[in-house]
Design a protein around this ligand. Structure first.
Ligand SMILES: C[S@@+](CC[C@H](N)C(=O)[O-])C[C@H]1O[C@@H](n2cnc3c(N)ncnc32)[C@H](O)[C@@H]1O
Length: 307
């Protein structure tokens, strides 16, 4: 079990046991088309397969972790405390791309991280190191961009921010060694998944009540049309004999139930799971086509978990 390197919105650490319990006993390759922080992938440590995300800088980050972990660590070690003065020997020591005054080291690194969206040449290792640095020093570990793609999260308040994360980077690099990394829409999976493979989908969503209008639902620009495309892709994989596990908002319960997936409710309201009248309290679902008699079942806790 390896820890994720980045903090990422929608991270699935709290659902790991529930997801693993639905895994088939045997499968070939593992694929994760909405990778984000990759909590399940790193927990699982799959031997091979594919990962994907539409976020171009996130994907560059994992390529650098896989291929150049030591350069990445060296670069991270050269960075200073976010509250320090800007580094006068580097770009953006005084003003950012928009001519706004740079207050401290954090905002200088944020401006340097934003070279690519503002059309300047960038160094892939530097950009990856800056992504982790900002992830560990920005407000709440958020990732948010403006309409030009500029990362715009303000500085966070941490007593002792730890942005180097060398052990996590080295372990993540090992786990990623035989993994292909893509920066495409999730439907790339139709070209790569083979019968007997396992695909875990974790699209952007907010846990929410099913009384909210479905058409209003859109998280990070992932709206109703995308949800419908995703359902079609999941069905196509199912027809090809690929195992599919998906986490999603409670509002999607009927969509997956109607096409024959086994759907279960997770989260605070799971006690009322099969009571249709109470579906408006639904938080999150896990949908899967893995037959119950092929599932691993709940993972036994290791001795270490009891100490
Ligand atoms: C809920 S997050 C995944 C969280 C992840 N499971 C974790 O543990 O951190 C969803 C991810 O999907 C990505 N995404 C959004 N639209 C996408 C699309 N059309 N195809 C692939 N990835 C997409 C986002 O960039 C985001 O990183």
């Amino acid at each position: 079990m390896v820890n994720p390197v980045l903090k990422w919105a929608g991270g699935k650490r709290q659902l790991l046991d529930e997801l693993s319990a639905r895994f088939p006993e045997d499968y070939n390759h593992f694929h994760e088309p909405f990778f984000g922080g990759g909590a399940l992938f790193f927990d699982l440590e799959p031997e091979n397969g594919t990962i994907n995300d539409t976020n171009i800088r996130l994907i560059n980050f994992y390529e650098q972790v896989r291929d150049h972990p030591e350069e990445l660590i060296d670069r991270l070690e050269s960075y200073r405390d976010p509250e320090d003065d800007p580094d006068s020997e580097n770009d953006f020591a005084e003003t950012n791309h928009k001519g706004k005054e740079i207050k401290n080291y954090y905002y200088q690194q944020r401006a340097r991280f934003n070279k690519r969206p503002y059309g300047e040449s960038f160094d892939p290792i530097e950009e990856a190191a800056l992504l982790l640095y900002l992830n560990r020093t920005c407000y709440n570990g958020l990732y948010r961009q403006n309409s030009s793609g500029g990362f715009n999260v303000p500085i966070g308040r941490y007593a002792n921010p730890d942005w180097v994360q060398e052990q996590r980077i080295r372990k993540a690099s090992d786990v990623l060694k035989n993994t292909e990394i893509f920066n495409r829409d999730f439907k790339y999976i139709l070209e790569y998944a083979e019968p007997g493979d396992l695909v875990y989908f974790d699209p952007p969503y907010e846990p929410m009540s099913s009384t909210a209008y479905f058409t209003d639902y859109s998280a990070e620009g992932f709206g109703q049309e995308d949800q419908e495309r995703l359902l079609e892709v999941a069905q196509e994989l199912d027809e090809q004999g690929v195992y599919v596990i998906l986490s999603n908002s409670g509002v999607m319960y009927d969509m997956y139930d109607n096409v024959g997936f086994s759907v279960e409710i997770e989260g605070a309201t799971r006690a009322i799971n099969s009571d249709a009248e109470n579906r408006d309290k639904v938080d999150e679902i896990i949908a899967t086509n893995v037959p119950e008699d092929e599932r691993r079942g709940r993972i036994q806790k290791g001795l270490a978990d009891f100490s």
